[in-house]
Design a protein around this ligand. Structure first.
Ligand code: PMP
Length: 359
């Protein structure tokens, strides 16, 4: 903390902000097993990597990129059976989420989301002056959809699968939410959908209030590229474009547009990568269960687990001392759980071995 300066140069709104705190990104990952921010343990598609070797790529940086990311949006649309005007792209799905909060949820009525969820949602609420109304998950961390039947809500947002629990909500229940709030936007944040869930994209044609958000940071192994996208009917996408063009007309650099276009089109690589992560996840769950961990059923590339015998915080520290980083949230209801990203089989063996030793 720097010493406060009087008078403050900060605007009053900034004074009270409590920003999002991302998981630790150590300066060097040498000798570290990094299982704390749900990145892919495998490198991105070789076709996507080959783009970076193309001659003349750097020279193109002289010019501004396509402000509309046209080729990329066309490719995403083709992948999901949509049209390009039903696709919006942003600098990571966090930026897409920020524009969605601004565009659809800045209203006098409260925004509904689960009490345990992605911790950026309350930060955007504060940033945009949106009143949140959190609805408690059940004891087993499942969502009770009936709780969302609240009159006069400003909208609904939830990740599916949820984060940090990994629990998946079936599409029939997403449809119930869409029907409960026909005049408000329901955002389904599908950052982890490729690891075992059914995407709500297929509901877009029937629901003008549905916005589905994806990222290349997890299943596509491109967290460093910063690319996320939203899909919905054209009137919602037009809204997001208004917000984006009032903030930054060139959020996606030309290299990211090219790499992302090739990565999205490489379907078979995506299926292989997710298949490997899912197999490792299932095996890790079995092994940790044998050690006495309570594990929440996960459809994501991480698991949420409560250790036996010692506190989650103590295990977090003990793993850190063994150069294994997982995520610990010191928050009500979840302070006895650790969120463990799925790494390679070797990394998970090291984690399981370390847990066995500590316990
Ligand atoms: N949504 C959820 C549920 C997440 O866990 C994350 C990752 N922190 C994001 C969105 C943002 O991902 P990115 O900005 O890398 O696309």
């Amino acid at each position: 903390m720097t010493a406060p300066i009087t008078p403050s140069f900060w605007s009053p709104a900034l004074e009270g902000l409590e920003p999002y705190v991302p998981g630790e990104q150590p300066k060097t990952t040498e000798k570290l097993i990094k299982l704390n921010t749900n990145e892919s343990p495998y490198p991105p598609s070789p076709r996507a990597r080959a783009v970076l070797q193309e001659a003349g790529l750097a020279e193109k940086l002289r010019l501004y990129p396509d402000p509309e990311s046209t080729e990329l949006r066309k490719t995403i649309a083709a992948e999901f059976g949509l049209t390009a005007d039903q696709v919006f792209v942003g600098n990571g799905s966090d930026e897409v989420l920020a524009h969605a909060f601004y565009s659809f949820f800045q209203r006098p009525e409260p925004l509904l989301y689960p009490d345990i969820t992605y911790s950026f949602y309350p930060v955007y609420c504060q940033f945009y002056g949106i009143e949140p109304r959190t609805l408690p998950l059940r004891e087993d961390f499942s969502i009770t959809v009936e709780d969302y039947a609240i009159e006069g809500a400003g909208g609904v947002i939830l990740p599916n699968p949820n984060a940090p629990t990994g629990r998946y909500l079936p599409l029939a229940e997403i449809e119930q939410l869409l029907k409960m709030h026909p005049e408000r936007v329901v955002v389904i944040d599908e950052a982890y959908i490729d690891f075992g869930g059914d995407s709500a994209v297929k509901l877009i044609a029937d629901y003008p209030n549905l916005l589905v958000i994806h990222t290349l940071s997890k299943s596509h192994a491109l967290a460093g590229l910063r690319l996320g996208y939203a899909m919905g009917q054209a009137h919602l996408i037009e809204g997001l474009n208004r917000a984006k063009n009032s903030f930054n007309s060139y959020p996606i650099d030309g290299i990211a547009q090219r790499v992302a276009t090739v990565a999205i089109a490489d379907r078979s690589w995506l299926a292989d990568n997710c298949g490997k992560v899912i197999a490792t996840r299932e095996r890790t769950c079995e092994e940790l269960s044998k050690l006495g961990f309570e594990i929440v059923p996960s459809r994501a590339n991480f698991i949420f687990a409560k250790p036996p015998k010692i506190s989650a915080e103590a295990l977090f520290q003990a793993l850190r001392e063994r150069n294994i980083i997982v995520r610990y949230f010191n928050k009500p209801r979840i302070s006895e759980y650790l969120r463990i990203s799925i790494g390679t089989d070797e990394e998970m063996d090291a984690l399981i071995g370390a847990c066995r030793e500590v316990l």
